[in-house]
Ligand binder design. Sequence first.
Ligand SMILES: [Zn+2]
Length: 349
Amino acid sequence: MTAAPTDLVRLGLALDDLSLVQGAGGNVSVKDGAGVWIKASGRRLRDLVDESGRAWVPLDLLLRANRGEAGAEAEIFAHRPRPSLEALFHALPFRVVAHTHPIGVCLHACARGPLPAGLIPDGVAFVDVPYARPGAALARAVAAGGDSAGVLGAGPLCFILRNHGLLVAAHDVDDATGLTWEIERRAIGLAASLQAEPLTTIAAVVAELQAPPLRAVGRAAQPATLMRALPPRPDPSLPPLFPDAAVFGQELAIDPARFYDDELLAATFHQRRASSAVMILTSEHRRVLVGTNAEALASATEVLAAALLLERTLVPSDRAAPLLETEAAALVALPSERYRSAGPPAPQS
Ligand SMILES: [Zn+2]
């Protein structure tokens, strides 16, 4: 194993923007000899500057996992630091792979109907990939899409991942970052085709979600608990639009009387949470985000802001194409997602 290539960090920092990735979402990689440097699971793109924020995986191992070879996937995720849970599609035959969750792209990818003309720059090959569950299924869908387009290996190549985001494969970092930003710029410009109101920014929605005071509830017998009121969803019955919204937006309905007592809310959270560092407690007219540490709450708030922005845009115009209810439940139950929603890893000893 060699030192991480310097353009891996450059790639991560160029895409580390709230409009492109929320919380620890998104992942990037650079191939280097026989291996692939990939963002570590549960870390942000900016963390690629740290050794603990990046993982090295043999390319051959990724390819074997993509062929379904027994044990290969488990071997990948046994690496420390653990590579991104979306590591498998980083085996694409391009030196650089950049996967993001851009707000504008997600807006079109979570809407019913075909993608708008002009989303992808002229002359750039792209594939419209139907929704597939993150992990092996999505890696297979991406590889099949590239194969069927007959363009795999040439480049650069873009994939619009329905109900998920954007994947750009290129031979160098500048092409990957330039295309990601250009497609997102076009997506935002085309957002008017989906709704009447001007599109707000995700930064504005994050600020709105962070406006209610963060309450700290202390009790000697349990860990510190932080909570903050959340605004209502435009349609509370709408299933989540994308996987991270399913994982970080799952709600637990509780007795409305508990909402008047912070100690009771905190106790409910600690009784009911499994490995999740955050949880949304809800009654008919109230929602509150509860967690044990500020960083996990901040990460979840970014994902929830993205989900709310998309819902506020797509629900009034009846264009939302959500995940199936059964898919949302399956995502939450995945062992890998339970690990991820547990929040930032403990400091390495
Ligand atoms: Zn993703």
